[in-house]
Ligand binder design. Structure first.
Ligand code: HEC
Ligand SMILES: [Cu+2]
Length: 417
């Protein structure tokens, strides 16, 4: 008797273990899934805004858990206690039905109100706190403007004015000072998008002709993943961006580098320059397939910092010069600004003056390395279906690039630190 019950318990446990194992297999044994610490986690958060919002979530979870346990136990108790024990019980006429018990009913109404009050107090507190930068921190807040375009983000830094060309503009990577509140004005430029950095703050819509805003703060330097969170057309799912929070010194260095015009690389006649080698375009890339090297993920902030330094030793100056000429002759400059190199471009397309100093391209879908840049420039339509670079540029201007053209353009763009 003992043995059989032991065996059934083991079999039951075994089934649970098997189910858990199956779930682990399904999630690819992904540790991030189990610890909930992934790039876009709303549980492992940073900064006071996301923490306040997480707190509201947890309070609601605990209150509902208590309700679940009480209701569940009463239900289980009643089911067990009043179950039919015999054939006669099954046939029995139900007892006389009462209208209920006023004391219990009033008690339950009171308990529900209490539960709602417990949830409402922190919720209202959090709503007012996260609505705008607190008054005592207003003076210290840093201001940026963020614009959503199909399918990339533009960032403006109104505090950084550049003589002759207005404020500093960048794309797809928002660099902010760590430890300072950041006030972000949000606009949609074509359809409705939504600005969301899960680890730093909840999402807020970017709506054409309507000024929305949010604030967030990163407590320490870090690298954060962002995502458009409002369906906005073909490539919505891969409309991403990054937020890089830097300490005061790094942030200042970055501002100085960004406000400078595009980097000039003199054409050197020397023959002992090592020639840049670029991987050929792989035809097995899939649509919307993210392009990342595993090393990048290990320490993205360090990878970002490494991107800031020009790699003058390995640059092929002749190839860069060719790429610069192609950037003009192939009409790339008609959309993209490269400040200081050529006159052209419009604010409605990603600014490329310092594109080499960014870790990602194409709305955060691809890592900014030679292979992925070549992939993007060769076939923007395959990487991101429907994107405007292909439709309004490659198709409308009949842009055709040979593999050599692509290599030269990649060398040029990578030199723009
Ligand atoms: C019609 C305007 C247009 C033309 C012409 C054009 N582009 Fe683009 N480009 C775009 C748009 C729009 C994007 C953003 C696409 C997206 O991510 O959805 C983009 C993105 C890029 C990016 C990635 C920037 C980033 O930060 O994500 C690079 C690099 C780039 N283009 C290079 C080029 C090159 C090289 C040419 C010329 C061969 C070119 N573009 C021609 C509109 C244009
Ligand atoms: Cu969007």
């Amino acid at each position: 008797m003992r043995l059989t019950s032991l065996l059934t318990t083991l079999a039951r446990r075994g089934r649970i273990l098997l189910a858990l194992g199956g779930l682990a297999l399904l999630t690819g044994c992904n540790l991030d899934f189990w610890t909930m610490k992934g790039h876009q986690s709303t549980i492992a958060v940073d900064g006071p805004v996301a923490k306040s919002q997480l707190n509201v979530f947890l309070v609601t979870c605990w209150v509902t858990l208590v309700i679940f346990i009480i209701v569940g136990s009463v239900l289980a108790y009643a089911t067990y206690k009043f179950r039919a024990r015999s054939e006669a019980d099954e046939q029995a006429v139900p007892p006389e039905q009462g209208h209920g018990n006023p004391l219990i009913e009033l008690g339950l109404i009171g308990a529900s109100v209490l539960a709602l009050v417990i949830i409402a107090v922190p919720t209202l507190k959090s709503i007012t706190y996260t609505a705008d930068v607190p008054a005592e921190e207003k003076a210290n807040a840093y201001e940026v403007n963020a614009y959503g375009y199909q399918w990339w983000f533009k960032f403006e830094y109104p505090a950084e004015q550049i003589a002759g060309s207005g404020q500093l503009v960048s794309a797809n990577e928002l660099v902010i000072p760590a430890g300072r509140p950041v006030h972000i004005n949000l606009r949609g430029m074509d359809v409705i998008h939504s600005f969301w950095v899960p680890k730093l703050a909840g999402k807020v819509d970017m709506i054409p002709n309507r000024g929305n805003f949010l604030w967030l703060k990163a407590d320490a330097p870090g690298y954060f993943w962002g995502q458009c969170a409002e369906y906005c057309g073909d490539s919505h799912a891969v409309m991403r961006f990054r937020v890089i929070a830097l300490g005061p010194k790094d942030f200042n260095n970055w501002l100085n580098a960004q406000t400078a015009p595009a980097r000039e690389v003199a054409k050197v006649a020397s023959t002992d320059q090592p020639k840049a080698q670029f991987a050929a375009y792989r035809s097995d890339w899939k649509r919307n397939e993210a392009g990342w090297s595993p090393q990048f993920e290990l320490n993205p902030l360090e990878s970002w910092k490494a991107h800031q330094e020009p790699d003058a030793k390995h640059e092929d100056t002749a190839l860069i010069a060719k790429g610069r000429a192609l950037f003009q002759s192939k009409t790339c400059f008609s959309c993209h600004v490269v400040r200081g190199h050529m006159v052209g471009g419009s604010g409605a397309y990603p600014e490329l003056t310092h594109v080499g100093a960014r870790t990602t391209i194409a709305g955060g879908l691809l890592e900014n390395n030679a292979e992925q840049l070549a992939r993007w420039i060769s076939h923007p339509d395959v990487v991101k279906p429907g994107n405007k670079m292909y439709v309004n540029g490659y198709l409308a201007n009949n842009i055709k690039l040979t593999p050599d053209d692509v290599s030269a353009l990649v060398a040029y763009l990578s030199s723009l630190k």
